[in-house]
Design a protein. Structure first.
Length: 315
């Protein structure tokens, strides 16, 4: 398998501890240029990641009828299984060639946000599935908040600006399975799209295919080195920053002929605002050269999410 050169140079998480300002500047510059950044030395516990991926692979290997009992139509795919051939990119003529499992935040009984967040469902067929996947959810949620502190520093907002806006966000861990691709497959593994949320943290896939669309319309390969994390800006943060930080179109293309027989797994974590957070352009991002694109169009995060889920055929 020929190695793919990544278009984006990694920023080491070690710099976060050594020189936080330099880390924030490097990360912010990458986001402003590409809408994406690659973070090396992420520091996540490898056993936590390996156990979650192994549990997900075991689930996806179950017979179709066993998996389908965890699909809940009409719920936006927020929890449990979204079967193969359901989700599509906005405006796409064909569905994506993938299936996935969603895990969300656990909330105590009586919490007001439970009106927005469904209970998780857990397959009984895979021992340790719940603890492994929720352990990964928690680890990525914590890391995402560290990344947001750096983004806040870059935007000169105060390091803790995002903390009370995402600490109970409607965030989702997605365990993705792209099965082998037949030569005559309609569509692609993931059609060109932008993410809905604040930031996405994507742990590497063993198979290549992730590309972003650069400002000049060229598709660039994103191939993080082992142990690195891909992070991209979502539409909610693009809206909040009045497009200072762009939400970039990206896709997962089908493999080369010699790799068609191999499945692809990846694990994006979609970090969201608290459901009742109101998204409106930050005053500091509105300038004569960058007028407010959303003047008079403030929207609650949950309403924005619902609107977008309809567009991608999940509700």
């Amino acid at each position: 398998m020929t190695a793919v050169k990544s278009a984006i140079d990694p920023v080491s998480m070690q710099l976060h501890d050594q020189d936080f300002q330099a880390f924030a500047d490097a990360l912010g510059a990458s986001f402003k240029r590409y809408g994406f950044a690659v973070v090396a030395d992420h520091g996540l516990d490898q056993a936590t990641l390996d156990n979650a991926l192994a549990a997900a692979k075991a689930f996806f290997a179950l017979p179709e009828d066993a998996k389908r009992q965890y699909h809940m139509p009409g719920t936006g795919g927020a929890r449990g299984l979204t079967p193969f051939g359901v989700e599509a990119a906005k405006g796409a003529a064909t569905v994506d060639l993938k299936e996935f499992w969603h895990v969300g935040r656990e909330l105590p009984e009586g919490h007001p946000y439970r009106q927005y967040m469904r209970d998780n469902v857990w397959p009984t067929e895979i021992p340790g599935f719940q603890s492994h996947l929720y352990g990964m959810f928690t680890a990525l949620d914590d890391l995402g908040r560290k990344i947001l502190k750096a983004i806040a520093r870059y935007l000169e907002l105060g390091d803790d600006y995002f903390e009370d806006k995402v600490q109970l966000g409607n965030s989702v861990l997605r365990m993705l399975h792209y099965p082998p691709v037949p030569a005559d497959a309609p569509g692609v593994r993931a059609g060109a799209h932008e993410d809905i949320n604040v930031i996405t943290l994507l742990l590497g896939a063993e198979e290549a295919g992730l590309q972003l669309k650069d400002a000049d319309g060229q598709w660039l390969d994103i191939a993080p080195p082992p142990g690195a994390l891909v992070i991209n800006i979502g539409d909610m943060l693009q809206r909040l920053t009045n497009h200072v930080l762009p939400s970039t179109t990206h896709r997962v293309v089908n493999p080369a002929p010699e790799r068609r027989g191999f499945a692809r797994y990846s694990t994006p974590f979609f970090l969201h605002f608290n459901p009742d957070f109101v998204i409106e352009s930050l005053p500091s991002t509105v300038t004569p050269d960058n007028p407010d694109r959303y003047a008079g169009k403030a929207i609650m995060a949950e309403d924005f999410l619902t609107e977008r889920l309809r567009e991608i055929r999940l509700i």
